[in-house]
Every structure is written in structure tokens, then in C-alpha cells.
Design a protein around this ligand. Sequence first.
Ligand SMILES: [Zn+2]
Length: 51
Amino acid sequence: MYKCIDCQAEFEEPDMERECMGEYHGQPAYEYRAICPLCGSYDFEEVTDGD
Ligand SMILES: [Zn+2]
């Protein structure tokens, strides 16, 4: 479980956003970043139920 710091939403898995990092050996290089599926923020943290 994750919780977004920006919008306070809780979600099981973050969305992945593909970000172009320029070129690498003539090929476009991409990096995947985890984002909040609701607001697209990078600022979220993993939370546990505490059991
Ligand atoms: Zn959010």
C-alpha cells in the first residue's frame, strides 16, 4: 500500500511514467518512474497496515 503525500490517496501499486532521458548510443533512452495514479505526483510513500 502506498499513500500519496500530495493528494492523500492510497493505492496498491503506483503508475509508471516513461520519461525520456535523452539518447544513449544513438537510441532514445527512457527511464520509468513511479507516480501516483491519481494526481501524477512523485511524492508518495509506502505505508503498512501495521497488522
Ligand atoms: Zn496523488
